[in-house]
Design a protein around this ligand. Structure first.
Ligand code: DNO
Length: 388
């Protein structure tokens, strides 16, 4: 597989020169300064591509070209937004950047409740805690009907927490769930936004009455609309699975398991309509057998995220090392190397450790942890290549 790395643009404190030294071949990035829904101009694409190439690397994958909310819920301006999306795809294709990752998660991209969960060895992981999430949903958002999504025990524990939780702890939870994870991925809420909870509730309301079938229909509509452009310019689209891969906040979710993936691949049965195989997201669903899914969908996978998680008995999800957990990364490398030895792969989030603990990286995207994970994956790739 091609060894790629998610880099957040010229302002990223991790430089391209550093990445060359640690074995990175390709860059995964986006025009992070362009607001959602606006066209990515040929000039801006060229400028970033030239910058990457000057450092001896290549721009392998776009992550993400964001799909505006209105395309997802089917708003009045979706035709215009899809037109803009097509122009961006054309501009990318003409520039030779031909793999585009996106997601179709309503309102909120990836969700964690704790961005700094301490491991026994002193490093830190990202974490999803069901009771904390229930607390956010029931006691902070006060979403109508939220209670039915949690077990009696989870609700009791959330109610207990309500008696002792401080305002600072509440703010920290809000920050983790809807701010810190969202801003840097061009999400709906950014640091500094006023009243993020109110804003977030307005976003949730956009999906009132949109069920799974409707969201699927909107995804199909979007994919059908962009496929001719993808065919003409040789662009491969690869949807990122929902993270975590189960229902949240009463929103419909449509990329959570093998049936979902099978559905969208068949609904628009075109090789340019493919998958980002995110082992981290998929492994966080206890219903998912990750290697079996890799075997089944490798042929339509255009991009791989290597990361692993452990689902604890109470349903909480911990991001583990790349050598542990339900991701089964050794087996995944075997499967994907065999399928396509040039498939772009990036290590996804990793543990926060050593000198990085006091630095300010985007959550999950510190340097040393990812460097260690990349070295582990490079070792796995080398070993797998010797197997007959
Ligand atoms: C988080 C990422 C996601 C991903 C998007 C793709 O770390 O995996 O934000 O980039 O969902 O559209």
């Amino acid at each position: 597989m091609e060894r790629t790395w998610r880099w957040f643009g010229k302002k990223d404190q991790i430089t391209l020169e550093m990445l060359r030294q640690i074995g990175v071949e390709g860059i995964v990035t986006a025009l992070h300064d362009v607001p959602n829904g606006e066209v990515w101009s040929p000039e801006a694409i060229k400028d970033l591509k030239d910058y990457i190439e000057k450092a001896g690397l290549r721009w392998s994958v776009v992550e993400s070209l964001p799909v505006s909310e209105s395309i997802k819920y089917g708003g009045a301006d979706r035709a215009q937004l899809i037109e803009n999306y097509k122009i961006s795809l054309k501009n990318l294709g003409e520039a030779g950047v031909k793999t585009v990752c996106y997601n179709f998660m309503p309102v909120i991209d990836w969700i964690r409740t704790d961005l700094k969960k301490r491991n026994a060895d002193g490093s830190f992981s990202l974490y999803f805690d069901r009771v904390q999430f229930a607390y956010f949903d029931v006691h902070i958002l006060k979403r109508a009907g939220a209670e039915k999504d949690y077990s009696a025990e989870e609700l009791t524990r959330a109610a207990e927490w309500d008696k002792t939780i401080t305002e600072a702890e509440k703010d920290q939870l809000i920050e983790a769930i809807i701010i810190k994870t969202q801003g840097f991925v061009n999400g709906n809420i950014k640091e500094g936004d006023k009243n993020p909870v109110v804003l977030f509730k307005k976003l949730l309301a956009l999906y009132d009455g949109i069920n799974k079938e409707q969201l699927r229909a909107n995804m199909k509509y979007f994919l059908e609309a962009i496929m001719p452009t993808c065919e003409k310019y040789g662009v491969n689209m690869c949807v990122h699975p929902d993270d975590p891969p189960f229902a949240v906040l009463g929103l419909p979710r449509i990329v959570t398991n093998a049936d979902d993936i099978d559905w969208f691949l068949k609904a628009v049965d075109n090789p340019h309509n493919g998958l980002t195989f995110c082992a981290g997201s998929l492994s966080a669903g206890i219903h998912n057998d990750v290697p079996a899914m890799a075997r089944r969908f490798a042929g339509r996978t255009h991009f791989v995220h290597l990361r692993s998680t452990q689902v604890e008995p109470n349903g909480n999800v911990l991001e583990t090392s790349h050598l542990a957990g339900r991701g089964h990364i050794v087996e995944l490398v075997r499967i994907f190397e065999k399928e396509n030895p040039t498939l772009p792969m990036r290590v996804d989030h990793a543990q926060l450790m050593l000198d990085d603990i006091h630095k300010t990286y985007n959550p999950g995207y510190s340097f040393l942890g990812r460097m260690q994970a990349l070295a582990q994956v490079m070792g796995i790739m080398a070993a797998v290549k010797t197997e007959k």
